[in-house]
Design a protein around this ligand. Structure first.
Ligand code: URA
Length: 202
């Protein structure tokens, strides 16, 4: 896998508040026409751990907060089980900040138009660890197409100096309920334990 990042740090914003304001007024792709709320982040701006998902769903679009629907609730449970405090230890955001209609996968041009906001979030939050939840985040941040099942649970070097780990998207876990050894939920649990250890080692 190439370690080269798809994201090159090149934004001129100096604060997250500025970036959020710009994102909230953004009209750079068609998603602005159907969104209710721009979904920028939740969690702590001082977090050492960033989790990047795909894009807002219906609940996120209604509330303006990422990962608050069913997948988000499962993510919260997983973090809690792993003893990771979602309010203090995590900054959660997405590849695209506006909901794709019918929750479709964001188009390349939509992700590209939103890239500047994600770059700025990474540059300004400066997480030491980044989790990429699902294929969309992996493809747009690490720019690789390897299946998550092959690359999850491994740390990759990132241009910002952070370590990046692909993980299953929580919505995939919602569709795969088994907790048997080797199942997606079981593998996620192994990954979260690695994340807790890495946080403790920082
Ligand atoms: N799925 C995502 O990838 N992000 C969200 O914010 C919600 C669901």
């Amino acid at each position: 896998m190439s370690k080269e990042s798809a994201l090159a740090g090149c934004t001129s914003w100096t604060s997250l508040a500025e970036v959020e304001k710009a994102a909230k007024n953004c009209q750079d792709c068609v998603l602005c026409q159907t969104r209710n709320k721009v979904v920028f982040y939740r969690g702590s701006v001082d977090a050492k751990l960033m989790i990047i998902g795909e894009g807002p769903g219906q609940k996120e679009d209604e509330t303006g907060l990422p990962f608050v629907g069913r997948a988000g609730q499962l993510l919260d449970k997983i973090l809690e089980a792993g003893n990771i405090c979602r309010e203090k230890e995590v900054y959660v955001c997405n590849v695209v900040k506006c909901r794709p209609p019918q929750n479709r996968v964001p188009a390349r041009e939509e992700a590209d138009a939103c890239r500047k906001y994600l770059e700025a979030q990474i540059d300004l939050v400066k997480p030491k660890l980044i989790l990429l939840a699902g294929a969309t985040a992996v493809q747009h941040v690490l720019k690789v197409k390897d299946p998550i099942s092959r690359i999850r649970g491994r740390w990759f070097d990132f241009r910002s100096g952070a370590k990046v780990m692909p993980i299953f998207h929580p919505s995939y876990l919602l569709r795969n309920d088994s907790k048997e050894p080797g199942s997606p939920k079981w593998l996620m649990w192994q990954d979260i334990k690695l994340v807790r250890s890495a946080l403790d080692a920082i």
